[in-house]
Design a protein. Structure first.
Length: 304
């Protein structure tokens, strides 16, 4: 069996996490999150050109005369472009498509090269604000329920730390996971235009479930070992972590293999969702092993 001294070296792991969390906080406060139209309101149009394709600057120039507010043009794979702008009605939508068709015709010497509208989404500002509020409330409610659940499951464990300490440790680990994912997306949003949309919230909730499951497995082994262990609390936790370490790493590794495959070979529309999941699963595995359990020792020392 692996004999990794996780708790005895907890200052190293907690310092790494503190550094990552600090960097993530700086990114979030410095640049904020790049919210998509799901939360800010607006229209998104994805179009595909056949034949010769225009440049981003050409599209901006041609569409500038239509009065589209907050116009954003993003090229993607396969001669497609994602256009984002403030919410428009159906008449304005038809004008945009007509202008894009004209651009396509001019680039292909007048031959008929009609564009293909792959998708069109439109969200009003009031709906976007409501979605943002509901998403935040959902995450908070999930965190509260997790604390209550963990405290209830470990209610019979009172020594050397109470059941509430298990719940609080789990929540701190989850906060660590979510914050690092937000920090990465704040960086990607600033420099690569990656947006926060409703699939991202779904990814965060999935990460919370995955991470707390990993944490509870370690906690459950600690609960099993405590009554029959003659070692100190530190050694008992280290022993419990080592007993579940291989299982946690193997599960996370196989999960990441699938997610990374989808990330590179899946469609553009789910890449941001899968990226958030991949980062969350990796960080969640780290926090379950190196953060949640060592926090129990800190609660124990504080109690003494």
């Amino acid at each position: 069996m692996i004999n990794l001294k996780v708790v005895k070296n907890r200052k190293i792991w907690l310092s790494i996490s503190a550094l990552l969390m600090t960097i993530s906080l700086v990114f979030v406060f410095l640049w904020g999150l790049n919210f998509g139209i799901d939360f800010t309101g607006g229209s998104l149009m994805e179009v595909k050109f056949s034949g010769n394709t225009p440049s981003v600057s050409e599209l901006r120039t041609e569409l500038s005369g239509l009065g589209l507010n907050s116009l954003s043009v993003q090229p993607t794979e396969g001669d497609t472009f994602i256009l984002k702008f403030k919410e428009i009605d159906n008449n304005s939508r038809d004008l945009v498509l007509e202008k894009l068709n004209q651009v396509s015709l001019s680039l292909n010497d007048g031959s008929e090269q009609l564009i293909e509208e792959i998708r069109f989404d439109s969200v009003g500002p009031s709906i976007g604000k409501e979605l943002k509020s509901k998403s935040f409330n959902t995450v908070v409610i999930v965190l509260i329920l997790i604390v209550l659940y963990v405290a209830f499951v470990f209610r019979k464990v009172s020594k050397p730390v109470s059941s509430w300490n298990y719940g609080i440790s789990a929540i701190i680990a989850l906060f660590h996971d979510v914050l690092i994912v937000l920090g990465v997306f704040a960086f990607l949003g600033k420099f690569y235009g990656v947006e926060i949309n409703t699939p991202f919230i779904a990814a965060i909730l999935t990460v919370l479930g995955y991470s707390v499951n990993d944490t509870i497995i370690v906690f459950d082994r600690i609960r099993e070992n405590l009554p029959k262990s003659e070692d100190s609390f530190v050694n008992t936790i280290d022993k419990s972590i080592n007993q579940t370490l291989v299982r946690s790493i193997n599960t996370s590794f196989t999960t990441l293999l699938v997610l990374i495959s989808i990330l590179f070979f899946g469609g553009k529309t789910i890449q941001d969702f899968v990226l958030a999941l991949s980062i969350g699963v990796f960080v969640g595995t780290y926090s379950s092993i190196f953060i949640a359990s060592p926090l129990l020792i800190m609660f124990d020392k504080r109690k003494k």
